[in-house]
Design a protein around this ligand. Structure first.
Ligand SMILES: Nc1ncnc2c1ncn2[C@@H]1O[C@H](COP(=O)(O)OP(=O)(O)O)[C@@H](O)[C@H]1O
Ligand SMILES: [Mg+2]
Length: 253
């Protein structure tokens, strides 16, 4: 059996004695697009912080492609092939779009340790950066300072930076928050494009986006997964309707 791309095995997290993540079990298949939904305060961002090594788990185990990554440092998790974007933006505003992407590619290549090795690779590096910029539909903005891009373009660049390291597992936290309908469409389209052949976990409030993008959905309520399934299975799940979805869908209308 192929190891899951990402697996959380009975993970708990307490802050000052209060258990926020209460026995989280989650399996993400390779190459799937998996959405995590749930009410505010359910523990979605905390779960991300546990997976990426920003917080230590209180108990339980986390595996990346079968490898134990529990409580590794964030840079070690990243090096093993898992990358996340932040709700707050992570770009260098005084650098151009091209330089931002190039810089994140350099970081991912660990250039400090392989400078001489890298000298002959400038061309390949520049080509990779151009390709990512093209995938983001930001070609016309290639030489624009990142700080003057529109909000949606900045988020697109952010996603580009997240995937630039070549990570196979990508975690996105509310990528369409604060966007108009057309901006949301643009971002969803490019998420679909840049995560082709990769594994995506996305926390998202917009149910339209969730049902459009996700192969499977997990519902997190009070630090526990109450259901995992296809969009249709989750929509029809009674416990989900009671705990969350009924209210969330009503809000949309
Ligand atoms: N560093 C922290 N210290 C104490 N409590 C925290 C910390 N981070 C998150 N929490 C608490 O954990 C709960 C879940 O928060 P969060 O993971 O941000 O929820 P979500 O992303 O699902 O909205 C909240 O009650 C929040 O106050
Ligand atoms: Mg959150």
């Amino acid at each position: 059996m192929v190891a899951e791309a990402l697996k959380l095995d009975n993970v708990t997290k307490s802050f000052s004695g209060t258990e926020i993540i209460r026995g989280l079990n989650l399996g993400i298949n390779e190459n799937e697009r998996h959405a995590v939904i749930g009410p505010n305060g359910a523990g979605k961002s905390t779960a991300y912080n546990l997976i990426t090594g920003r917080y230590e788990v209180t108990s339980g185990k986390i595996f990346l492609k079968g490898q134990d990554i529990t409580n590794l440092q964030p840079y070690e998790v990243k090096r093993k092939g898992l990358s996340r974007s932040f709700q707050i933006t992570n770009i260098f505003p005084k650098m151009s779009v091209f330089e931002n992407v190039r810089c994140s590619l350099l970081w991912a290549m660990d250039y400090k340790y392989s400078f001489w090795h890298l000298v002959g690779k400038q061309k390949a590096l520049n080509e990779s950066a151009e390709k990512i910029i093209e995938d983001l539909n930001l070609k016309e903005r290639r030489d624009t300072l990142a700080g003057v891009l529109s909000y949606a373009e900045q988020r697109a660049l952010e996603i580009g930076i997240t995937i630039a390291g070549g990570s196979e597992v990508i975690l996105l936290d509310e990528p369409t928050a604060g966007m108009s309908v057309s901006e949301t469409e643009y971002i969803v389209g490019l998420i679909r494009k840049v995560t082709e052949g990769k594994t995506l976990v996305v926390v998202e409030h917009d149910m339209g986006v969730v049902f459009d993008l996700a192969d499977r959905i997990s519902v997190l309520v009070y630090g526990e997964i109450i259901a995992t399934g296809t969009p249709i299975e989750v929509k029809e799940n009674k416990a989900v309707q009671e705990a969350y979805l009924g209210a969330a869908l009503e809000e949309e209308h």
